[in-house]
Every structure is written in structure tokens, then in C-alpha cells.
Design a protein around this ligand. Sequence first.
Ligand code: NZQ
Ligand code: ZN
Length: 405
Amino acid sequence: MNNFQYYNPVRIVFGEGQIKQLSDLVPTDARVLITYGGGSAQRTGTLDEVKNALSANSARQVFEFGGIEANPEFTTLLKAADMVNEHDIDFLLAVGGGSVIDGSKFVALISSLTEEDNKNIVSREQAWDALTSGCKKINSAIDLGTVLTIPATGSEMNSGGVINSSERQAKLPFGSPLVFPKFSILDPTKTLTLPERQVMNGVADAFVHVMEQYLTYPVNAKVQDAFAESLLKILIDEGRVVKNDPDNLETRKNIMWTATMALNGLIGTGVPQDWTTHMIGHELTSLHAIDHARTLTILLPSVMRELKDSKKDKLLQYARNVWNITATDQDDDAIIEKAIGYTENFFRELGLPVSLEDAELDKSAIEPIIKQLEAHKMVKLGEYGKNDLEVSRHILERAVSSKAS
Ligand code: NZQ
Ligand code: ZN
């Protein structure tokens, strides 16, 4: 196991009916901006529940900013940041999924980057420069809390995010310890209104988050490996249950907590990490507006096949400990291909794409993605930093059509 420091200050408030805790969690004299997405927070009644909780026992001033897109847009977030300055906001409350939470983290970071001659307007150039350097150089942020409505990204308990710019055809990651949420409320009943598509996306995103931190090479990290393997098995079991029994609240609870644990830093401590699937996936989303999680299920099997030599030890461990493939009469390659096939079939069971063709794309999609990867300096990916554009091209070529199941 490699050296590491682990720090995660997020208070998690888990369970049915916990939104009312907001009256204790948000400072009573705060000037709060509630941020939310395209409409689900209103439709499901969650926004009203949040506003009622904030109005209890307080002198809080509450403002709202809605319309943060799925795959949050840089230009929309600039407007939210201007609203922070206009109303002198000192607390952001994100109500939604990864897009609203990531967008709000970004707003919390860029609000101080104002124009020289107008302290209410955020400088577009400074904000873009900040994003292209991952927001690492920003040294202040507005406090933020979240009410999670879709288990998927783990953004509710981490310090990262991803922002899209359609005009620049870029979807860029950022991160700063300043934007760990002060708290996140995880009420599993709020996920019951999710369309099946989003429930499946969430299971798949969480699954691939685990794989990015697990399927690399062994460093004798027994805790991280055992924890990661358990999270994968829970997602396989509960993903199958929720597909057939969407109202099963106990299953929803387990999926919600698993997705949070998949990307709150714990299983990623002291171990090598890959993230090739995610970096190529971001370009697929930004060029073709494919849901984030679906870009991952398209790419992961091909990443596993293309990199099976360098990932051999962990692929065999994954086959044994996650899929129970313990046959001794088969050679390593057969065992590995079986585990990759089981993974692909699991994604298919959830109704998720496993090839570019499943997303109505063909090999002509490959070169524009390679160009974007180069433009975004995504040229040394993976746990060894060796996955160059040629490797990414091979991965995409493998992903054009899926192997027969
Ligand atoms: O916009 P609204 O109307 O709220 O609808 C949303 C959206 O259309 C809807 N939804 C959310 N909660 C709902 C609901 N509909 C009904 N009932 C509810 N309770 O679901 C749709 C998808 O929402 P979104 O927030 O986009 O989904 P998700 O949580 O999967 O977030 C995806 C974004 O997170 C980023 C992705 O790149 C993508 O932009 N990621 C963030 C990460 C992080 N911060 O650590 C890591 C991930 O790898 C990922 O990159
Ligand atoms: Zn993801």
C-alpha cells in the first residue's frame, strides 16, 4: 500500500425525512442561494420541503437559482455566480444530483473572480482559466451543503466536479478541498421519482468509479480491495433488484450509500488509480451528449480488453472475488475474458449501452474524440500514465461494436 493522507470533513445526514435537519445545519443568519436543475426538484416537492425547513427558526434570507443543466454548463454557472455577488450570498445549498452539486461547487469557487470594474460580475476569462487549471489556485470558496436526489457520482461527499462548455466543446474536471460540502442530506425516498434510465445510470457510474480505483495493479491494499469488491457486488445485486423492484426502499438505501462510498476517497487512498474510462467518456459526452454513465459502460469493457496485460493480476482477482470465477481448468485469458463478458452482460441487463454502435455511433466518431483528448492534454492516462492517444484509439476501435455475449 502507498503512503496516503485521508481527510473527508463531510457530515452525512442519511435517511427518510432528514431534510428537516436543514434548520439546524444551515446557519440561522445565512444568506442562502438554493441551486437546482431543470425541474425535478420542483415537480417532486423536494424544493418546497427544503424551503420549509430553511424557513423554520431563522432570519435566513433565501434566494433561488434553477436551470443548472444535466452536464452543467459553464455559462449557466457564471450567471449563478453573479447572483451570489448581487445578493451577497454566504451559503449555497445544492438540491439535485451530480450536475447541480458540481455546478454549485464551481460557483462557490469562482464567485470571488470578479471583474476589475464591477465586483458583482464574475470575469468569464478568469473563471475559464481557473477551470482549465482544475481550480487548484483558488484560495477561497463560499460554504456549501447538498440535498442529494440521485445516487450516482459521489459528488455529495467529495471535493471534485466536472463542468461542460458546449461552445468550447470541452468537459473539464476540477477539484478543491474548499468545496467539500459542509453536509449532505441523503434521503433515499427522494430517489423514488427517478426515471429508470437515471437509476441505471447511477448504478453504472458508481460501478465504474470503483473500477477506476481498483482495476489497476496490486499494492497489497487489503482494506481498499476488499471494500471495493464489496461495493461492486452490492451494485450488481442491488442493481438487479432495483431494475425489477424500483419501489424497494431498502435497496434504494443501499444503492445510495454505495454510490457515495464509491467516490468519497476511501477506496482510492494509497492505491494506484486509472480514470482512462472517465477521461475518454467526458469527450464522448461533450461531443455527442451521451449521459455520463453511458459513456462509461460503452468504454469500460474495451479498456479492460485493451489493457488486460498490464491489469492481469487485478483482472484475475476481480474475476475470482467479484464474479466467483474459480475454475482451475481454464487459462488466465479465458478467465479474464469471462469476467469482462459478465461485466458487459451486467450493463446490458440494466439496459445500458456497451458499444458505440449501441449509441448509434460508428468508427467515424473516433478521430474527433482523439483530437479532443489531445486538445485537453489527456495524452498520458491510466495508472502508469502511459495510455497515450494510440491506446485511446485502440480502446475506441474495440468499442465500436460489442462482442457477442
Ligand atoms: O435537472 P433535473 O430536472 O433536476 O433532472 C435531473 C437530470 O435531468 C434528473 N433528476 C435528478 N434527481 C431526480 C431527477 N429526476 C427525477 N427525480 C429525481 N429525484 O436526473 C437527470 C440527471 O441528473 P444529473 O445530476 O446530471 O445526474 P448525475 O448525478 O448522474 O450527475 C452527472 C454529472 O456528474 C458528473 C458527470 O460528469 C455529470 O456531469 N460527475 C461528477 C463526479 C464528481 N463530482 O465526483 C464524478 C463523476 O464521474 C461524474 O463525472
Ligand atoms: Zn463518473
